[in-house]
Design a protein around this ligand. Structure first.
Ligand code: ADP
Length: 581
């Protein structure tokens, strides 16, 4: 029983409710036998005058009729009780598991997501949790209660006639062995089926996400072929898995039902030997007809249970992934940032190598360098999207490893190029910066971020819904929404990824204006692509192949004639070339 608690990862309340659900199922199963006991008694009453020559006891028959009706009524109530206990428990527990899984995912470092694709996590939260829910409502209580009820009935029947009772259940161990012995084979095919299902959901997601590219490059044939083959593969895996389970379950069922023949055979032998009376024989025949139906259900539930163990094991793996932790009630004295010999690797190869850098409070520091030199990675280590491999990062003198990631994020705003917008109104998209902000605060931030210009042209102004990931807005407009968010959040540290996408001059001008509002009296870390725009920064850190190769003010670095000066000159030349063209 405790193994089940662990396997299904039930909470204490869930476990308590689960036990009650199993008890309710046992009660229902036992109640199912009441009408049979009444029928047997009625048959005995009817046969009695024939066998012993007396008169028919009509009063007893009427009493039995009343008992039959009472048994039916009782069955109705216990079944209703079972339904409530089982399903309410399952739904409550699965809601809890789903929320816990989502909460846990939120606390995992980005390194976890780097190795996973989205469809796997979606499967974890949706399909795996649904599996646990199904296991708890439809499978395990039924499975356990059938085992308990069958054991109880065997013991009771043994008192009546132990040889008949044993013959009734003689085939059960063989049938169970068939299912249990083929478990590994079923698990193997089950796993393959689950992987095929996940592959399909990944393909569907990719197909829909990339539909624009698919259409514009005429890839629909090729891409739908990949999806079609994933679907076909899933179909075959399902057929193999279901077919295999079907063969073993049918075989086990046939063997189990052959037990009925054994009951008759043993019964007839005992009857002819005179050691069994016809009434008991009849009782065993009727009971054997009834007892096999829950046992047959048990045989079909077992493979389903094994299949679900695959999902629960995956959920368990997700739940045991180490979350990022840290102190929540922390207050920082200042917002100076210091990197001390920081190294980091996504996989094997280091992409940040032994970087030490001081970013004083209320200053602007620009990270520059060729593409792939590690600028984005470095900027993502500061908010603990990833934890450093070596060295440490301090904010206000505290190691960020000791700060709760969500608390740490509360000190920071982000304006990244890959702005994530929700299919909601402009207003609500900006309000994400500060959930409890009133409308006036949102308008003020939006105005500073120059969102007024484009919202005026929208059909419902700030109340316009902007489509999935803001699909109805231009790149520049999306970025201004993200700046408005950051202004509303009013965090002391701002991480800014300067736009590389070619913006039209008007948009670029507006964004620069919006950014200059944002950077007032804050600690700014900007990933700069156009070096000209960061010449005024307090400090420029130049990266090359993950190393900090130069550091200083713009004019100092130009005078040094190193990498920065080289990159700067190349950009100036290309600008001149473009302008001259
Ligand atoms: P930059 O911002 O200067 O262009 P990045 O920090 O994006 O550089 O990348 C530095 C190196 O890390 C590159 O070699 C890049 O391929 C690698 N890299 C970036 N992001 C990931 C990731 N999520 N997983 C694995 N490698 C990555």
């Amino acid at each position: 029983m405790f193994a089940i608690k662990k396997t299904l990862a039930l909470s204490e309340t869930g476990w308590h409710d689960f036990k009650r659900a199993v008890f309710a199922c046992v009660l229902t199963n036992l109640c199912l036998f009441l009408p049979f006991i009444v029928i047997i008694q009625a048959i005995v009453t009817l046969l009695d005058p024939l066998m012993s020559g007396g008169t028919l006891d009509t009063q007893k028959l009427l009493l039995l009729l009343a008992a039959g009706c009472a048994a039916a009524l009782l069955y109705f109530f216990v079944y209703r009780n079972e339904y409530r206990k089982t399903y309410t428990t399952a739904y409550n527990e699965s809601a809890k598991i789903r929320i816990e899984a989502a909460e846990h995912i939120r606390k995992l470092p980005l390194s976890f997501f780097n190795n996973k694709d989205l469809s796997e996590l979606t499967t974890n939260i949706m399909a795996d949790c649904a599996s646990v829910e199904h296991t708890m409502s439809h499978v395990v209580p039924g499975l356990l209660s059938t085992i308990i009820t069958s054991a109880l009935i065997t013991v009771i029947l043994c008192f009546y006639e132990w040889r008949m009772a044993l013959s009734l259940f003689a085939a059960l161990p063989i049938a169970l062995c068939i299912i249990l012995l083929t478990r590994t084979l079923q698990a193997k095919f089950g796993e393959r089926h689950v992987i095929a299902k996940m592959n399909v959901s990944g393909q569907v997601q990719e197909y829909l996400e990339g539909i624009k590219v698919v259409k514009s490059f005429g890839l629909s044939g090729e891409k739908s072929k990949a999806l079609e083959s994933a679907l076909r593969n899933m179909m075959w895996e399902a057929i193999k898995f279901e077919g295999l389970a079907g063969i073993f379950v049918t075989l086990a069922s046939i063997i189990l039902q052959a037990g009925m023949g054994l009951v008759i055979l043993v019964g007839v032998t005992l009857l002819s030997g005179g050691s069994l009376d016809p009434i008991r024989f009849l009782m065993f025949v009727i009971i054997s007809a009834k007892i096999y139906s829950p046992l047959l259900v048990l045989l079909t539930l077992l493979p389903e249970f094994f299949y679900m163990l695959i999902s629960t094991a995956r959920l368990q793996r997700l739940r045991t992934e180490k979350a990022m932790t840290g102190e929540e009630n922390i207050s920082l004295q200042n917002y100076d940032i210091e990197l001390q010999s920081v190294s980091f690797a996504y996989g094997g190869e280091e992409v940040i190598k032994d970087i030490s850098l001081k970013i004083p409070q209320n200053s602007m520091t620009a990270l520059v360098g060729p593409s792939g030199s590690g600028k984005s990675t470095l900027s993502r280590l500061i908010p603990r999207f990833w934890d450093v491999k070596q060295g440490k990062i301090l904010i206000g003198g505290r190691n960020i490893r000791d700060i709760d990631p969500e608390r740490l994020l509360s000190y920071m705003s982000f304006v990244f190029q890959d702005v994530v917008l929700f299919n909601d109104t402009v207003m609500n998209n900006i309000r994400i910066g500060k959930h409890d902000a009133d409308d006036e605060e949102v308008f003020a931030a939006a105005k500073l971020a120059r969102c007024d210009e484009f919202t005026a042209a929208l059909p419902r102004g700030y109340e316009t819904v902007i489509g999935e990931n803001g699909s109805t807005l231009s790149g520049g407009e999306r970025q201004r929404v993200s700046i408005a968010r950051a202004l509303l959040k009013n965090a002391p540290i701002v991480l800014l990824d300067e736009a590389t996408a070619s913006l039209d001059p008007e948009n670029e001008g507006l964004i620069q204006e919006a950014i200059s509002e944002l950077v007032k009296s804050r600690t700014i870390i900007v990933i700069a692509h156009r070096l000209r725009t960061v010449m005024g920064a307090d400090k420029i850190a130049v990266l090359e192949n993950g190393r900090l190769v130069e550091e200083g003010r713009g004019d100092e670095l130009l005078a040094k004639k190193g990498l920065f000066a080289r990159l700067y000159n190349i950009q100036q030349e290309s600008l001149g070339w473009t302008a001259g063209k």
